[in-house]
Write a protein that binds this ligand. Structure first.
Ligand code: GRG
Length: 296
């Protein structure tokens, strides 16, 4: 079976699982339920739940126990996109080729939808912890790690520095901080969370964290490259519209060729470490290659 077919199958599976965890039926709160469902179901590659699922598979063998965490990580990712698109942040009208949540449902509901998705993610995970009594420690450990990486020591921390760096020239160290926290942290949360719920030992958790960090950083550098190359395709010249010309990127600081070299080095290291960790990580390795060399 080709990688594309396998990926489509996994995405379909993730969509079914995530859909099953969305809140349902409340006539009085119909709009927020609709906007939560809209924000999650309109597009999206489902990379974080797929990475979490595949990492879980290296250690665990009761796959249903990871399902609530798959839904939760995608809800956290979706909340971050909904809030990132708000007028107070990036002020975007479109995401994934569709109207952004606040453009479709209004700004107040946009704020509340992000809040609701984040809150609901923790409701789902904590409920799972209560239900999985024989694995309560592992589930709480995963939930704690995910909160840490989504919060001020992770994604929110990166977003704050990103916003404060707008329209300023920043050095590579600051840009790395932004990439590591804004983007890599949630990929680390996905893979490490999967390993924890799967029951991985401390040494393997450390190895997964290191792998996820490299994948996360390479993923964001590729995003910076795509930002420039897609603009070049559309406009015939390298303007950086998605980053709104006011945000620094790897491409600006080190150039496109050096950025590509860094991606290659990070991904090779991640793949070698995955091979060392497990002989059966084939699909995970294919995903790493796909993420890093993706075109959108
Ligand atoms: C608002 C707390 C808060 C954080 C926002 C995620 C984020 C931080 C900003 C979005 C802008 C951006 C370019 C972030 C870098 C990470 C990234 C490339 C996100 C997009 O992830 P994909 O490609 O998205 O997995 P899909 O649409 O496939 O789900």
């Amino acid at each position: 079976m080709s990688f594309d077919t396998k990926l489509k199958q996994k995405q379909k599976k993730m969509n079914e699982i995530i859909g099953g965890f969305l809140p349902k039926e409340s006539s009085l709160q119909k709009d927020i339920l609709d906007s939560m469902a809209y924000s999650i179901t309109v597009g999206g590659k489902r990379l974080r739940p797929i990475l979490m699922y595949e990492t879980y598979q290296l250690f665990g063998n009761h796959e249903k126990e990871i399902y609530p965490f798959l839904a939760a990580i995608e809800m956290i990712h979706s909340y971050s996109l909904v809030h990132d698109d708000l007028p107070a942040m990036d002020n975007d009208d479109y995401r994934r080729g569709q109207l952004t949540t606040h453009k479709k449902f209004g700004e107040a509901l946009g704020v509340l939808t992000g809040d609701a998705l984040l809150n609901y993610a923790f409701e789902i995970m904590s409920q799972a912890c209560l239900e999985m009594k024989d694995k309560m420690y592992e589930c709480v450990q995963a939930m704690q790690y995910i909160s840490h990486k989504a919060g001020i020591y992770g994604m929110i921390g990166g977003q704050v520095v990103d916003i404060q760096s707008e329209n300023k020239s920043i050095d590579l160290k600051t840009l790395e901080f932004i990439h590591e926290h804004k983007t890599a942290a949630l990929l680390e949360a996905s893979m490490v969370g999967g390993a924890m719920v799967g029951g991985a030992c401390e040494e393997d958790i450390k190895a997964i964290q290191n792998i996820a960090y490299k994948i996360g950083l390479a993923f964001q550098i590729q995003d910076d490259i795509l930002d420039v190359t897609s603009d070049m395709k559309v406009l015939g010249k390298p303007v950086n519209s998605d980053k709104k010309n006011n945000k620094s990127t790897y491409v600006q600081l080190v150039g496109i060729e050096a950025s590509k070299d860094i991606i290659k080095q990070l991904s090779n290291e991640a793949i070698e470490a995955l091979k060392k960790l497990d002989d059966n990580a084939h699909f995970l390795i294919e995903i790493v290659e796909y993420l890093i060399y993706r075109k959108k």
